[in-house]
Write a protein that binds this ligand. Structure first.
Ligand code: MSP
Length: 478
C-alpha cells in the first residue's frame, strides 16, 4: 500500500485579506506538500487550505462592505476569489480549497455533531460570561488583560453574554487527550507547544460551549435537530479537516498520516478540543501538528489598524515569487516569534539571492558557456533533496533546511574562488566546471520544494549539453 500524506493549514477568516502571517503558514505547508509529492507521488499527497466563512466577524465585515444579511455568501465568494488569487500568485500548490459555506461541508459538520450527541457527550446549559467577537471565542479569565478586555481586539468587540447553549463534555476527554499527546500518538511539534498543552491539561478543564442561539448569530450552520441554535463557528471550522477528505472522497489512509500546521494562537483548539471532538464522534485522532510562532513586523504584531501589514502581493512585487517565499521561510518562527522589516528583507534578498545563489549560478553558467564544452545530460526533475534537507523538513525546520542549502552555495563559491577556472584550460578546466555544474544541479534539486520556479529554471539551464548564460535570477535591489 502506498503511504499517503495529508497536510492542512488553518482555514482563514473570510473577513479580511491575506497578509504575510497567513502566507507564512501556507507556504510552509506548500513546501511540505511539494516535498512529499517528490517522495510519494502527486496522487498520494493531499494539501488543503481555504476559508472559514461563518460567524459574527465575517457577517459584520460583509455588512460593513455594503452587503446585507441575505448576501453574505456573495461577500465570501468575493473573498474566496481574492485569497485564491494570492495563493496562485505565490505558487501555493493546494489540492483543495476549503470553503465552509459548501453545503457538503455543512452537512458533514452536522452529522459529526450528531455523532457526538449520540455518544452522550453534548448537553444543554446556560453560558454566562464574556465573548470576543474578534476572536470568535468564549473568554476565560486567563484570556483577559488587566482591564478585563481581550488583549487582541477593541474593547467593543468583547460582549457579556448569557445564553442557553449546547455544551460538549470536554472534561470527560481531557485525560485521554493528555495521554495521547504524552505517548506521541498525537505528536505536537515543537516541544514548547506540546508542554503548553500538557500543562493546561494537567489543570482543571471545563466543558465547552459548541453552539450559539440563532437570534444572536444567524450566519452559521444550523445545529443538528435544533433550528434555534447554530454550531459555534470554531467547532464547525475544525470539522473541515474531516469534511475535506469526505467531500473529495479520499481514502481513509490519508487520515492515518494527517498533519495540521498552525500558529501558536490556536494551539488549544487544535490540540485539545479537536482531538476530543474526534474521540467523541468515533474517529481516530490525527497524526500530529506543527505549531509555529508569530512573524512580527518591526517588533510589532501585524495589525491593519496600526498600518504595519505586509501582503503577499507586496512581497512578490518587490522580490518576485521565489524571493518572497525564500525570505519568509528563512525567517521562519520555529519555536519563538521572528521579526522582519522591509530594510532587513532587502538586505537578506541581496545577500542570499542576488549575490549568493544568483551570482553563483550566473558565474558558473558564463564560464561553462565560454568554455564551449558539452556537459553530460541529466534527466531533469530526476532526483530528490539530499538527506540533510529531508531531515530538517521532517522536523519542520524550514529555516535550517535553507541554511544547509545556503551552506552548499557558499562551499561552491569557495571552490570556484580556490580553483580559479578562468586561469585553467583543457581537461583541468573541464573537471572543475563539471564539478561546479554537478554542485549546482544538486542545489537546484534541494531547492525544489522551497523555490519551485527557480529550481526548474536552474535545472533546465544546467541540464547538460552546452550550457548558456541567462539574465540574473534575482536582480539586485537598491
Ligand atoms: N479561522 C480560524 C482558524 C480555524 S482552523 C479550523 C483562524 N483564522 S485566522 O485568519 O485568524 O488565521 C490564524 C492563523 O493565521 C494562525 O494560526 C497562523 O497560522 C496564521 N497567522 C496569522 N497571523 C500570523 C503571524 N503574524 N505570524 C504567523 N502566522 C500568523 O484563526
Amino acid at each position: 500500500m502506498d503511504k499517503k500524506f495529508y497536510i492542512t493549514t488553518p482555514i482563514y477568516y473570510a473577513n479580511g485579506l491575506a497578509h504575510v502571517g497567513h502566507f507564512l503558514t501556507t507556504t510552509a505547508a506548500d513546501v511540505l506538500a511539494r516535498y512529499q509529492r517528490l517522495l510519494l507521488g502527486d496522487e498520494n499527497v493531499f494539501f488543503t487550505t481555504g476559508l472559514d466563512e461563518h460567524g459574527t466577524t465575517v457577517e459584520q465585515a460583509a455588512v460593513k462592505d455594503g452587503f446585507t444579511s441575505n448576501t453574505i455568501k456573495d461577500y465570501t465568494d468575493k473573498r474566496a476569489e481574492q485569497w485564491k488569487q494570492d495563493f496562485d500568485l505565490t505558487n501555493i500548490s493546494y489540492d483543495y480549497f476549503v470553503r465552509t459555506t459548501n453545503p457538503k461541508h455543512e452537512k458533514i459538520a452536522q452529522d459529526f455533531i450528531r455523532e457526538m450527541v449520540k455518544n452522550g457527550d453534548v448537553y444543554k446549559a446556560k453560558y454566562k460570561g464574556k465573548y470576543c467577537n474578534g476572536c470568535e471565542k468564549f473568554l476565560t479569565l486567563s484570556d483577559l488583560n488587566k482591564e478585563g478586555y481581550c488583549p487582541l481586539h477593541r474593547p467593543d468587540q468583547v460582549i457579556e453574554i448569557e445564553e442557553e447553549n449546547y455544551f460538549f463534555k470536554l472534561s470527560k476527554y481531557a485525560g485521554q487527550v493528555k495521554k495521547l499527546i504524552e505517548d506521541n500518538t498525537i505528536k505536537i511539534i515543537p516541544e514548547n507547544k506540546k508542554a503548553e498543552i500538557i500543562s493546561r491539561l494537567s489543570g482543571k478543564v471545563e466543558d465547552f460551549s459548541i453552539s450559539r442561539p440563532k437570534e444572536k448569530v444567524s450566519w452559521g450552520v444550523e445545529f443538528p435537530d435544533d433550528p434555534r441554535q447554530v454550531i459555534y463557528v470554531w467547532i464547525e471550522a475544525l470539522i473541515n479537516y474531516r469534511s475535506s477528505l469526505e467531500i473529495t472522497k479520499k481514502p481513509e489512509d490519508f487520515w492515518s498520516n494527517s498533519w495540521h500546521l498552525l500558529g501558536k494562537d490556536i494551539n488549544w483548539f487544535h490540540n485539545t478540543i479537536w482531538p476530543a471532538m474526534l474521540l467523541a464522534a468515533g474517529y481516530s485522532v490525527f497524526s500530529g501538528s506543527f505549531v509555529h510562532g508569530f512573524l512580527m513586523i518591526g517588533g510589532e504584531k501585524i495589525s491593519k489598524s496600526k498600518g504595519n501589514i505586509i501582503t503577499p502581493k507586496q512581497l512578490v512585487e518587490k522580490f518576485g515569487v521565489d524571493g518572497a517565499r525564500y525570505l519568509i521561510l528563512a525567517n521562519f518562527p520555529y519555536d519563538n516569534d521572528s521579526d522582519v522589516t522591509w530594510e532587513q528583507l532587502i538586505i537578506k534578498y541581496n545577500a542570499d539571492l542576488a549575490n549568493g545563489l544568483g551570482n553563483l549560478v550566473s558565474r558558473v553558467a558564463k564560464l561553462a558557456e565560454n568554455s564551449g564544452f558539452e556537459f553530460p545530460k541529466i534527466q531533469p526533475s530526476g532526483s530528490h533533496p539530499e538527506g540533510e534537507v529531508k531531515k530538517h523538513l521532517e522536523e519542520f525546520r524550514f529555516d535550517k533546511a535553507l541554511e544547509y542549502i545556503w551552506g552548499k552555495i557558499s562551499e561552491a563559491d569557495k571552490y570556484l574562488d580556490d580553483k580559479k577556472p578562468w586561469n585553467l584550460q583543457g581537461v583541468t578546466l573541464q573537471e572543475v566546471l563539471q564539478e561546479l555544474v554537478g554542485r549546482i544541479r544538486q542545489i537546484a534539486n534541494n531547492l525544489r520544494p522551497f523555490l519551485p520556479e527557480t529550481a526548474e529554471k536552474v535545472e533546465k539551464q544546467f541540464a547538460g549539453g552546452k550550457i548558456a548564460s541567462s539574465s540574473p535570477l534575482f536582480p539586485r535591489l537598491q
